[in-house]
Design a protein around this ligand. Structure first.
Ligand SMILES: [Zn+2]
Length: 392
């Protein structure tokens, strides 16, 4: 097994918990961890305990007043009106005890992953507690309080002077990270997501390409509802390869929301485990091609925590550690342990059956629409390449 990969983990990730009925449930990280442990795919020395992010680190992205509000909210001393101004206490992002500490740990976990990779102690690092891509400078949004990816990107820039490619495969647009670096040509953001026409947060249009010096460094591929594996993967693979060739990053940060799956209750895409096998494979390939392997992966959305997220996230680790040729049955010990707690039958195998869902009637139309979206989104870099070719 490869030793130069680290898995950032603490049971304290469970403290990031809004309430029992809330769709965001960090039990999925524990389920993933346990699945890998049962398979003997994760060694003791690869598991790294995270540190907390300091206030100074959070302030790389977040306003001090907002951080103070989160602290006060978590201690029950913030009025409802003031809280709402910071996006706290909403239906999506309710207040819970010690929310600052729980949120700062998720940021610290992603910074721990970054430190391992940039100190050369690891080539790849996985921080599944993070991926909270909707957090804004002064406002909580969409289940996200602090934006660990944005803090990590700023931290890598300030401390190491790197050019960072952020790739977001969550079914929701990675708005918080995009807007944090919208005018920065040294951070390239690429988000592929379900179109914002009917889905939170509503942004992520192709036309959001950056501003000022950052113009041309923000890429969005909004795919149609009901998009299936082949169309999704074609868009992702083409775009990721072409954007990496254009930007030539020093490091890749991938956000791995696992909520594009057919089973996900919050979104309307139709991808299966086939897509979740390929997502990390392409990231891995590109990290070695351009970044001497430097790759940090974080979690994100994912609301079918029993049938989808553990398999999808385990496959990231299995890809990092070159154990991804696994197929067939999930470990019996894992199924036996968790089935009694799961409200739905757990999937018996790594891969989804072909018959997971009935045929999508508009398949051809959706596929064609997505191909056009990719064409438009990549047009600037494709035409630039064409011009270079012609001038040679
Ligand atoms: Zn999402």
């Amino acid at each position: 097994m490869k030793k130069d990969c680290v898995f950032i983990y603490s049971d304290d990730f469970q403290l990031y918990k809004f309430h029992n009925a809330h769709p965001f449930n960090q039990l999925r990280v524990k389920l993933t961890y346990d699945l890998l442990r049962e398979m003997k795919a994760l060694d003791d020395e690869q598991v790294i305990f995270p540190r907390m992010a300091t206030d100074e680190e959070l302030e790389l992205i977040h306003d001090r007043a907002y951080i103070e509000a989160v602290k006060a909210a978590g201690q029950g001393r913030l009025s409802e009106d003031v809280a709402l101004n910071y996006g706290l206490g909403t239906e999506d992002t309710p207040i819970f005890p010690n929310m600052h500490e729980a949120s700062a740990l998720l940021v610290g976990a992603t910074l721990t992953a970054v430190d391992y990779v940039l100190s050369g102690k690891a080539k790849h690092a996985l921080s599944l507690g993070g991926g909270l891509h909707h957090g804004f400078r002064g406002k909580a949004s969409g289940f996200c309080i602090y934006n660990d990816s944005a803090v990590a990107i700023k931290y890598m820039q300030e401390r190491y002077g790197l050019r960072i490619l952020y790739v977001d495969t969550d079914a929701h647009h990675g708005d918080g990270v995009q807007w944090a670096f919208y005018d920065d040509p040294n951070v390239c953001t690429f988000s592929i997501h379900e179109t914002g026409r009917y889905l939170f947060p509503g942004t992520g249009n192709i036309t959001e390409r950056g501003q000022g010096k950052g113009y041309g460094f923000s890429f969005n591929i909004p795919v149609d509802a009901f998009t299936e594996d082949d169309s999704w993967l074609k868009a992702y693979t083409q775009a990721f390869r072409e954007i990496a060739a254009f930007f030539k990053p020093d490091i890749i940060l991938t956000q791995n929301g696992a909520d594009a799956h057919y089973y996900d209750p919050l979104t309307h895409l139709s991808v299966t485990m086939k897509t979740y096998r390929e997502i990390p494979k392409i990231a891995h390939e590109i990290a070695h091609q351009y970044c001497d392997g430097r790759w940090v992966a974080v979690g994100g959305g994912g609301y079918d925590i029993w049938r989808v997220v553990p398999r999808a996230w385990a496959l990231i680790w299995l890809e990092m550690t070159e154990q991804s040729n696994i197929s067939g049955s999930l470990p019996k010990a894992w199924l036996d342990k968790w089935q009694p707690l799961s409200p739905v039958p757990l999937p018996p195998e790594w891969d989804d059956p072909e018959t997971l869902y009935p045929p999508i009637p508009r398949k051809a139309e959706i596929t064609e629409k997505n191909a056009q979206t990719v064409e438009k989104a990549l047009y600037p870099i494709r035409s630039q390449r064409q011009n270079i070719k012609q001038s040679l």
